[in-house]
Ligand binder design. Structure first.
Ligand SMILES: *[C@@H]1O[C@H](CO)[C@@H](O)[C@H](O)[C@H]1NC(C)=O
Ligand SMILES: *[C@@H]1O[C@H](CO)[C@@H](O)[C@H](O)[C@H]1NC(C)=O
Ligand SMILES: *[C@@H]1O[C@H](CO)[C@@H](O)[C@H](O)[C@H]1NC(C)=O
Length: 323
């Protein structure tokens, strides 16, 4: 069954731009077939939107550049069938029942520039899921109500990524390390997620504060937890978290201070005690010596007297000798 192509101005415009910029003209269609319930045109666009499909369409033209399978109930993107389409530039999988995508799903789509995975039932994005997509410019992944985990290195290799939209998912935290390194990134959608505004997410909050121009819908990008920050914008709490998360000390710090305090106290006590002992011993020694001197004075006064005399004699002898 052939259907009239549905108007989709935005995808066509993007495709036109991509074709122009890459300087590629339409290559001859290798397969002349067209999947059941889809419309294929000579622009290498395959349109299968809203056809109650439950599986990925078969018999796709190998040279397909644009594939639209949105508004169906497709549960899986089969890596083998998808990766035959090595000329694919535009892929719209929005509003389906996809639960999982992996590194092999997009293994060979090196020309893919636009990918839409919105309105699905994805729950997590693993490392390297988008790794092979070296040309990816725009990634839309909104409205997956159970999507709560995106691996820190999920976007590391997408150097051409300009627009990333992960709005209205179930994300509480996002490690921005890989995003910070993307040279072309100019827009990021984060709104409608239950963001955690605790120290674990401090970097994200601070980034939203510093680079607010990059964030679409920033007013809707608010904290979902903790309770006392609910509804506050991430940009607002950025600076607050910066100070909050760095002034408080960890339990190891407290332990360290207690240990240091104890060492100082112990050292003080020991040195005071030693000082006391030394003082007592010294006093006793002085006393003993005084007693000894007194005893000696009493017993030999006569014996002491000649000594100064002899000393004086010897001294005068020495001086005379030198002169
Ligand atoms: C999703 O697709 C169904 C048809 O399969 C349609 O009725 C519904 O409006 C679509 N939802 C969105 C958000 O596009
Ligand atoms: C969102 O995540 C929370 C845990 O962070 C979970 O309890 C909740 O069920 C999730 N929501 C959906 C729709 O999966
Ligand atoms: C973010 O990810 C990077 C690389 O995986 C890691 O080194 C860093 O510790 C992470 N940051 C947070 C706050 O988890």
């Amino acid at each position: 069954m052939r259907l009239a192509p549905q108007p989709s101005a935005h995808p066509l415009r993007l495709l036109a731009v991509l074709l122009l910029t890459s300087g590629v003209t339409a290559s001859p269609v290798i397969s002349t077939g067209c999947p059941d319930r889809c419309v294929c045109d000579d622009q290498l666009v395959v349109q299968c939107a809203g056809q109650h499909l439950t599986t990925f369409p078969v018999n796709l033209p190998l040279a397909t550049r644009q594939l639209i399978i949105s508004n169906n109930r497709i549960v899986e993107l089969p890596p083998l069938a998808l990766n035959y389409l090595s000329d694919l530039v535009y892929l719209d999988c929005s509003n389906n029942s996809l639960t999982e995508i992996s590194e092999s799903t997009f293994g060979n789509l090196r020309k893919l520039a636009y990918l839409d995975l919105s309105f699905n039932t994805l729950t997590r994005i693993e490392d390297r899921t988008f790794g092979p997509l070296a040309s990816l410019v725009m990634l839309r992944m909104t409205d997956n109500p159970g999507l709560s985990v995106i691996h820190p290195d999920a976007f590391t290799e997408n150097e051409n990524l300009q627009v990333l939209d992960v709005s209205r998912n179930n994300l509480t935290a996002l490690n921005i390390t890989s995003l910070l390194a993307l040279p072309a990134l100019r827009a990021l959608g984060l709104s409608g997620n239950p963001w955690s505004c605790a120290c674990e997410n401090e970097d994200l909050c601070l980034w939203v504060h510093l680079e607010s121009f990059k964030f679409q819908d920033e007013g809707q990008t608010v904290c979902g937890s903790p309770a006392d920050m609910q509804g506050l914008r991430l940009g607002e709490v950025g600076i607050q978290l910066r100070t909050l998360c760095h002034q408080s000390l960890g339990s190891w710090d407290y332990l360290f201070f207690v240990a240091i305090g104890f060492v100082i106290f112990a050292a003080g006590t020991v040195s005071a005690w030693l000082m006391g002992v030394v003082m007592v011993l010294y006093e006793r020694y002085i006393k003993k010596k005084d007693e000894q001197l007194e005893n000696e004075d009493e017993s030999g006064e006569a014996a002491h007297l000649p000594i100064p005399r002899t000393e004086r004699e010897s001294r005068s002898l020495k001086t005379s000798h030198i002169v």
